[in-house]
Design a protein around this ligand. Structure first.
Ligand code: S3P
Length: 427
């Protein structure tokens, strides 16, 4: 499905962003291992978390929906059963990598694969630490799925220093640590999203600028309710839309404000976006707020690099769009892992920026450009990547004339109502 988007004369109104994708996946996984029923409110009913739910169904975990509420009947820490065939993680890197941690600790062998994009993504980053813990994981020669995970019970507890700043790798090791014979510690020097450690209430020690997160093997997960806040990565699209479309003011409700995820707001604020944070509260152990974003003249001259990268890794495409409408320059450095996402997001962002007239320099670990004011409506390619589709859908609202997003239905991965929500804000 292609989507045509025309210039907006100002976005007005209110949107509530759907549930956080990272927390939705983790709610299902922890719910599956819990001692009893877990009620999950705010679950993101989109393709990626539904892949996780389907995989755990195949592992013998029952669930039901009561309206929008999801109820997962946990089988306890040792209650998963061997599935009768391959598990399908769909398009979801979080599903395959986090689930691999859990499957490593099972007394059976599981094969996990995914769609044509997932089977190109690197898996050695989890195979290596999980292998050290005693699991045997076979992959393709290129280190990609399908993965054949020959679990071991118990696993060996390890101390593991993350070689890549990745919440998925950190979480895979911590989840495997639940099935290990002692205390497993993950050490990270560049902080990444901390939902797993928060949800498992794990002790975190800061020592010489590094976070040490520990989990004790055999820790039971109590039956508990989960409240999933709105996804900041989804809110970022509307924040940028309201900032770049002249005459806009948008209230974005229920936005997760976990400090490991709000780097995009810092960058937009540096760009002189007008953002008011209102109604700050705590939802299910996570900080949440409403954002009011109004259009303004943006000014860039920003370098995004270092510790900030893992914090806003998923928002880089839409931040690049914001910068294209700002005066000044925009540089992203040290973000080579963007090439390993649902698509090669460095190449995808550069290709689409060029189509709208931005003279961007593509680099192995990022890109750089000087924004210029003459930009054009265009035909954009989503590369079948939800965040690329949404980022350039937002750009289209601020470009003169009509633009097209090719294969725009891929937004169903994380934000099924995205195009309707955009339309609802158009005057
Ligand atoms: C995620 C971690 C990030 C992020 C992905 C979700 C998570 O991936 O890009 O969308 O839920 O842990 P990496 O850990 O590979 O950086």
């Amino acid at each position: 499905m292609d989507r045509t988007i025309s210039t907006s004369r100002g976005l007005r109104g209110t949107v509530s962003v759907p549930g956080d994708k990272s927390i939705s996946h983790r709610s299902v996984m922890l719910g599956a291992l819990a001692d009893g029923e877990c009620v999950i409110d705010g679950f993101l009913r989109a393709a990626d978390p539904l892949s996780t739910l389907a995989c755990f169904g195949r592992l013998g975990v029952r669930h039901r929906f009561d309206g929008e509420r999801l109820i997962v009947s946990g089988n306890g820490l040792h209650g998963l059963r061997s599935p009768d065939g391959e598990l399908d993680a769909g398009n979801s890197g979080t599903t395959i990598r986090l689930m691999a941690g859990i499957l490593s600790g099972q007394p059976f062998t599981t094969v996990v694969s995914g769609d044509q994009y997932l089977v190109k993504r690197p898996m050695r980053r989890i195979m290596e630490p999980l292998g050290r813990m005693g699991a045997r994981i076979a992959s393709s020669a290129a280190g990609t799925a399908p993965l054949t995970i020959d679990g071991r019970a118990p696993l060996t507890a390890v101390e593991y220093e993350l070689p890549v700043a990745s919440a998925q790798v950190k979480s895979a090791v911590l989840l495997a640590g639940l099935f290990a014979d002692g205390t497993t510690t993950v050490v990270e020097s560049e902080p990444s999203r901390d939902h797993t450690e928060r949800m498992l209430r794990l002790p975190v020690e800061e020592r010489s600028g590094r976070r040490h997160i520990s989990v004790t093997g055999g820790t039971r997960i109590p039956a508990q309710p989960f409240l999933v806040p709105g996804d900041p990565s989804s809110a970022a699209f509307f924040a940028v839309a309201a900032a770049i479309v002249p005459g806009s003011q948008v209230l974005i409700r229920n936005v997760g404000m976990n400090p490991s995820r709000t780097g995009y707001l810092d960058v937009l604020t540096k760009m002189k976006a007008r953002i008011a944070v209102e109604n700050e509260r705590t939802v299910g152990g996570e900080p949440v707020a409403d954002l009011v974003v109004s259009s303004s003249e943006l000014r860039s001259d920003i370098v995004v690099e270092g510790e900030l990268i893992p914090n806003l890794i998923d928002e880089i495409p839409v931040l690049a769009v914001a910068a294209a409408f700002a005066d000044g320059s925009f540089t992203v450095k040290g973000a080579g892992d963007l090439r390993n996402k649902e698509t090669d997001r460095i190449a995808a962002v550069c290709s689409n920026l060029r189509r709208m007239g931005v003279d961007v320099e593509e680099r192995p670990d990022g890109f750089a450009f000087e924004s210029k004011k003459r930009l054009f409506s265009s035909d954009f390619d989503s590369f079948d990547d939800h965040r690329i589709a949404m980022a350039f859908g937002i750009a289209s609202l601020a470009l003169d004339g009509a633009s097209t997003i090719k294969d725009a239905a891929c937004v169903s991965i994380s934000f099924p109502n995205f195009w309707d929500d955009v339309a609802s804000l158009q005057r």
